[in-house]
Design a protein around this ligand. Sequence first.
Ligand code: SAH
Length: 396
Amino acid sequence: MYLVKLKKGKEKAVKQLHPWVFSGAIDHIKGKPENGEIVTVVDYQNEFLAYGFYNNQSRVAVRLLEWNSETEINEEWWRDRISKSVKARQELQENNNTNTYRLIFSEADFLPGLIVDKFADFLSVQILTSGIERLKPIILDQLQKLVNPKGIFDRSDASSRAHEGLDDSSGGILTGIQPPEFVDVLENGIRYQVNIADGQKSGFYCDQRDNRRLVAEHSKGKRVLDCFSYSGGFTLNALKNGALEVSSVDSSALALETLKKNIELNGFGQSKHREFQSDVNKQMRVFRESGEKFDIIILDPPKYAPSRSSLTKASRAYKDLNRTAMHLLESGGLLATFSCSGAVDISLFKQILAWAALDAHKEVQFIDQFSQPEDHPVRSSFPEGEYLKGLLCRVI
Ligand code: SAH
């Protein structure tokens, strides 16, 4: 067994069940583990701490798996972990209104570097660590046994794989049949076409499922502006809930094309819908110049702060975006605003909204708070896993 000995004082986080050991915490390594092999982590006095898999390329040198010294990490262990994750999604599996959700969420499900999403009868997997790469055959076999999909598709993000020294594997069918160009999925009783092969990331952002429904509850008879609409998650929920009119803004032509297909698919008709292929900030300025106002505005931008080092710049970008949106709301209108930057926590996000309100000469009441859904759990020992947050603000 390979031993990874930590420097004095570096055992604290491991004892608190945090799943990462940074390379700088390591005193020395006994033996020469290959990337992805299981190692035993010990403290400076050689006391057992945990088992994990090793990688010499990544900043995170060991990703921890098991803190009980008596437990052997073997095939059984992996199969059991996958079963537990799938079982934890039982309620979603039994929900007739939704057939797309995350089955396995990496560290949050004790499987660092493995993400599995379900799209109706197909699965898409992301294999992002060398440890998981080694286990691919067992993982695919167990998923097939438990979920019995028609096909499993590889959507691994190339840049994350590169951090672990893995090649770009993405874009192929791993087992079963090739999915059709568009897979028809159901979420909150609404149908969507998802392009598993070419869509952004996994093709559909299932982490906003609950928030789409919660925001839409306010939309009856309202004029709604859905910014960063992608394939229409918030737009379609608003139309379903009787919005007077919904305007969707996205810079991607493909996203808006899919959105229009999705409106047809659900029989909502285009008469209550307008779409704008444009930069959101630019489009909002156009609305302002023409004096257009809305009752509800949704802001669901991409990640502005990929790391803590970009926090200042990102905070300013969030502030400017939200300030501009506040100018477009009728008095008492609602702003549903999101951030999927892990580095921006909810208290900073509230602060940003307060700054935006001051700049816009408005006052904001926070009336609801949003986070990520049950299939994107946050482990108490791994707060880094909490990334999605949102606020519903009444703007006065
Ligand atoms: N709200 C969506 C998910 C948004 S993902 C949903 O519920 O599914 C972010 C989207 O923002 C992507 O579709 C991307 O094309 C778009 N985007 C990124 N930068 C943009 C910009 N500056 N202006 C307009 N759209 C942008």
